[in-house]
Write a protein that binds this ligand. Structure first.
Ligand code: PLP
Length: 410
């Protein structure tokens, strides 16, 4: 007989664990306390130089729609036609039934554009980096990675479990010292972005490539922010520098200048075949939708044909940088469409962003962990479709907002 004084165990069990919501709220409080809370801001309509947010018009200064192609009629038409021809989705992994004619045509086009024997389309740049790194290196191998490389590269290195050494940003002397230090490693992979996403500066690719060649290391270059913009055909910085023979793996995204979604890896046919067989982020995911594939194809055609777009974009970025420097701001003089305006502290950066929003200008505050602590910034990115008048308005407003922040803290 059961003792009536003994409660069933499910009633007497003390609540040892916090609930999920308690845990989430505590974590969010912690994020709030250091000023790093992130929130979504909804944009209605096309991502053009001016956008609507909550019914108000804003000058948009933080989109990666660098060439302004996301609303281009040819790109939209190509996407719509692809839906008509192939339907809305690849509906399966490329290795099951999701490999379609559209993918194959885009891969052929990408290889020709990049000047490589082959190319493979991934569903995102994040997946391309993670899948490529984990397919190429493993425990016992060594990765040498620039300290400002994108999170997807960092995560790929972690997942590969190869020994990873991080070298100071663009420091070829330190890279060479690390190559010497790891001379006995069987495989060494060096990874850098070509145009850095949060700083807009360029890697010294010719020097990095020479160092890799001398040491028998492989070189992987992420052209996410260079493809479509640099090079005689817009294929990126590797082609601008004529370095196709000196880079083993080129990664690029379709979701920035190419106004679509997805990514690619370009290189040898053996590399492509290996990735098809080993990259888990390629194998275990649905293929890119036909509309995205066709939009990217159309955008490459425009980027290649209409080089004036890139020239105009870079001219506008140059104009903005010059005007900001004339206003006394410490903006680096770099030839790219990304301008970092480093404020330092996260709270102040958010306050500057808010002041700009009040003036009808939207430029996102970039804070840790996206950038190193103490280097929170406004990351201004321009579009080929911004006008000079919009650039001048932005320069004046940014200079005012940064000066106001400095006055508040002094
Ligand atoms: C340098 C770099 N690589 C990779 C990615 C990831 O690309 P995706 O957005 O297609 O995942 C990004 C940004 O998103 C990036 O800035």
């Amino acid at each position: 007989m059961t003792d009536p004084l003994i409660k069933p165990s499910f009633l007497s069990l003390p609540r040892l664990r916090p609930t999920l919501d308690e845990t989430a709220r505590a974590a969010l409080d912690e994020i709030d306390s250091v000023g790093l809370r992130r929130r979504l801001r909804r944009i209605d309509g096309y991502q053009d130089p001016e956008v609507t947010i909550d019914g108000r018009r804003f000058l948009l200064l933080c989109s990666n729609n660098y060439l302004g192609l996301a609303s281009h009629p040819d790109v939209r038409r190509a996407a719509a036609e692809a839906i008509g021809r192939y339907g809305t989705s690849a509906v399966s992994s490329r290795l099951i039934s999701g490999h379609m004619r559209a993918h194959e045509e885009l891969e052929t086009r990408l290889a020709e554009w990049k000047g490589t024997p082959g190319a493979l389309v991934f569903s995102t740049g994040y997946q391309a980096n993670v899948g490529t790194i984990t397919s190429l290196v493993r425990p016992g191998d060594v990765v040498l990675s620039d300290e400002l490389n994108h999170a997807s590269i960092i995560d790929g290195c972690r997942l590969s479990r190869a020994q990873t050494a991080v070298y100071r940003h663009n420091d070829v002397t330190q890279l060479r010292a690390l190559l010497d230090e790891h001379a006995d490693a069987k495989r060494v992979l060096v990874i850098t972005e070509s145009v850095f996403s949060m700083d807009g500066d360029k890697a010294p690719l010719a020097e990095i490539s020479a160092a890799c060649r001398e040491h028998g290391a492989w070189l992987m270059v992420d052209e996410a922010h260079a493809a479509g913009i640099f090079g005689p055909k817009g294929a990126g910085l590797v082609s601008e520098l004529g370095l196709q023979g000196g880079v083993d793996i080129i990664v690029g995204t379709l979701g920035k200048a190419l106004a679509s979604f997805g990514a690619y890896v370009a290189g040898s046919q053996a590399l492509v075949d290996l990735l098809i067989n080993r990259a888990r982020s390629f194998i275990f995911t649905t293929g890119l939708p036909p509309a995205a594939v066709a939009a990217a194809y159309a955008a490459i055609d425009i980027a290649e044909r209409d080089r004036e777009r890139s020239a105009g974009l870079l001219a506008r970025a140059h104009r903005l940088g010059t005007r900001l420097r004339e206003s006394g701001l410490d903006v680096p003089n770099i030839d790219s469409q990304i301008l970092p305006i480093i404020i330092g502290d996260a709270d102040t950066t958010v306050r500057v962003m808010q002041d700009l929003l009040d003036e009808g200008i939207y430029v996102a505050a970039i804070r840790p962990p996206t950038v190193p602590r103490g280097t929170s910034r406004l990351r201004v990115s321009l579009m080929a479709t911004h006008t000079d008048a919009q650039v001048d308005r932005a320069a004046d407003a940014i200079a005012r907002a940064v000066a106001a922040a400095a006055a508040r803290t002094s």
